[in-house]
Design a protein around this ligand. Sequence first.
Ligand code: SF4
Ligand code: SF4
Length: 89
Amino acid sequence: MAGKIIINSERCKGCGLCVISCPKGCIVISKSSNENGYFPAQSKQGDCTGCGVCGIVCPEAIIEVYRDSNIVEVKTGSKNKSNLVKEKA
Ligand code: SF4
Ligand code: SF4
C-alpha cells in the first residue's frame, strides 16, 4: 500500500524517534538546520506504506501521514495530550 508523509520541519526538534521507528527506513535527519537550530527529520524516497507509526511516536505531533491519498493520522503524540486519528474517505 502506498503512503506518504509530510513533516513540519520548522517545528521538528530532530529527536530522531521517527527515524528509528520507521520500519521502511523512509525518514532521515537533514544536514541543514531549521530556524530554531534543530536538524529536522525529512522523508526520503522509499517504500512508505502509510502505516502511521512515525505520526504516533512523534512527540511534537508534526507528522501527517497519508495512505492512498487519504489522511489516516494527524496530530498524534504527547504534545497536545491527544491521540486524534482522522480518516477521510
Ligand atoms: S508512515 Fe510508516 S512507512 Fe511511512 S514514513 Fe511513517 S513509519 Fe515509515
Ligand atoms: S519524531 Fe517528530 S520531532 Fe522527532 S525527529 Fe521525527 S518529526 Fe522531528
